[in-house]
Design a protein around this ligand. Sequence first.
Ligand code: ZN
Length: 512
Amino acid sequence: MALSPQIEGNREAIGGLNPKLFWENFAALNEHPRDSMHETPALDAIKDWAKMSGFDCKQDKVGNLCVHVPASEGVTAPPVIIQAHIDMVCVKTPESKHDFSKDPIELIKEKDYIKAKDTSLGADNLLGVAAAMAVAEDKTAIHPEMQILITIDEESDFTGAINLDVKTLGLTGRQLINLDTEFPSTLITASAAYCDIVGKLPCERESLQGNEGEYYELKLSGFTGGHSGLDIDKGRGSANMCLIRILQKLSEKGVKIISINGTGKSNSISPFASAEIFVPSHVNVYEINSFLEGEKIEFRRTLKDENDCPNENIKIELTKLDKDVIQNVGAITSEPKGKIFTALKNIPEGVIERSHAKETLGSPESSSNTGFIRVGNDAELKICARSYGDEETERIATGIVRALTEVGFIVELLSKGGSWVGDPNSLLSRTVLQTFERLDGDSGKVERVHGTLEISGIIERLKMALGGDFDAVSFGTTILDQHSTSERVPTADVERFYNHLCGVLEKLATQQ
Ligand SMILES: [Zn+2]
């Protein structure tokens, strides 16, 4: 039996959509809060559903669930683990009064898409959870024993995957299907490792009292931004790093820096950044404006927007600030300023190396993103290094740490996650590709994701508990603008994804 949405509007939004079981679970689960590390209401709803449906459901100490679904009648194939995460990235519009600790997500059907009213949709990764639950209930589906593994806290710290208690959850499967990727008809066979680094530096300031000049805010906006892994090779450019380049040139002209606000997180490419500056009266403001105009033209020409075109939306604005408000703050002295510029010059930005292998030619092999820059009384930088090898990631991270410590930053490693490299020719991979071929008429794509999937952590825990080898894959379906208030899913792609999952399981049911 499916969970059913309680809210009239949600029932209406999914009315007539296929597969019905899937959409009912999707809408009903979306009515329960599930911010990272606050997933209990949604987990409880799944536990109730398992009980009502007669499935054994186990939970480990951190909250991960495993729903044990018996094989279809007569099927003796080995069990398969189907995995998805329950937590979502909670984002709302500035006007929204939505309270993610208690309010349900309200669904809206807009043409051929499902989205949420004023919030992110959380289709990442509810699509996976709801699909696995729907197969469990689907009387027409033929599948091996399914161990539906629902993890917590994927979106911030991988708490669920890292602390997975294999024994308590009763996991025994040696084939793992992760449903947490966003590309239609695409088999994912590898994900990158990452390492988050934070560096801090005290900043001495000098008084500007008595200096003749004006204060300005310098603002860079209109950059496309994006995921620091998945979008790193798209040439979108980081507003943070463009601002640093401009500030460095302005400093050479005699402009003083009061503060820098490079927005974002280490795992996102920064879409806007600003700084407060002091332009002494001996520096010609017209010259500065024409320099900024030149930089803007250059950025617009060389950086890409979401459609892969020169980015016409990039803006650089200089706005005069009220002297009385800001003049007591003082400027950063040249010593810390020089250190910040030197460190950022020595830290790689964007794609570091591209693949030379035939299958993955040109795709990013390793990358680094300075997603967060803030300079006030001290300076703080957050950088994320990524690569497909754990050792290579370590090597890049060590280089970044060195660049920071060399000039006096105090450095801390915030978090890291391992890489996963699967086998595109494994039985599970071939089964997925054959299913794409059978249902879509072509075998789809094989790709790697330059982000980190939970598979790496889960396989590690499975190996520790059970030993031996594991075969893993990931596939999913289109999610547009995920982690934003425009997050939406094309309903036709969802149906195709569900059929892929059923098809793969049916094929696995015939193996011995
Ligand atoms: Zn996800």
